[in-house]
Ligand binder design. Structure first.
Ligand SMILES: Cc1cc2nc3c(=O)[nH]c(=O)nc-3n(C[C@H](O)[C@H](O)[C@H](O)COP(=O)(O)O)c2cc1C
Length: 154
């Protein structure tokens, strides 16, 4: 049964905590503004849960040489391999990475491409963040929250 509700589901994949911190920051802003949301790590998100939700934001770092964080490998490979039903989703991907690596934000890019290939609809273009991510993330967050509040007023 697919949900038509507007709850924002924030899913993060992290190795050293940066993506989780940003996910928590976004969740905190949602809470302050009364925007319905949940937050969950990739490893705790069963693929079947996608069928119960509509709006997701994925916040994922990249490791190795373009690889997902260790705890998020199963989640990411399942999406890369089109093993989850995602066509009903509205989504956005935020990548954390480091431009000194060849495959900058490779994990986030592959997730974004896999969701698009699965028929999901982008709410917004992917945001790829370099190591000094705070300013760009905060600017994106404020613009996103403003958009959410405008939607609520419709
Ligand atoms: C060993 C190692 C490999 C990395 N590989 C990549 C990479 O291939 N591409 C990239 O964009 N960033 C890469 N990074 C940078 C991380 O993605 C970045 O530090 C990120 O902020 C970590 O977020 P996290 O704490 O949520 O895992 C790498 C970092 C390390 C230490």
């Amino acid at each position: 049964m697919q949900s038509q509700d507007s709850t924002l589901h924030i899913i993060f994949g992290t190795m050293t905590g940066n993506s989780e911190d940003l996910a928590n920051r976004l969740a905190g802003r949602c809470k302050n503004e009364g925007i319905a949301h949940t937050i969950c790590s990739a490893e705790e998100w069963p693929l079947e849960r996608f069928s119960e939700v509509r709006r997701v934001i994925l916040i994922f770092s990249t490791w190795g040489d373009g690889e997902p964080p260790d705890d998020a490998i199963d989640f990411c490979e399942s999406l890369y391999d089109q093993k989850a039903e995602v066509a009903h989703l509205d989504y956005m991907v935020i990548g954390l990475g480091d431009t000194s690596y060849d495959d900058f934000c490779g994990c986030a890019r592959r997730l974004d491409e896999a969701l698009e290939a699965g028929g999901a609809k982008r709410m917004s273009q992917r945001l790829d963040l370099d190591i000094d991510f705070d300013k760009d993330f905060d600017a994106w967050t404020e613009s996103f929250i403003a958009g959410e509040l405008a939607l609520q007023r419709l």
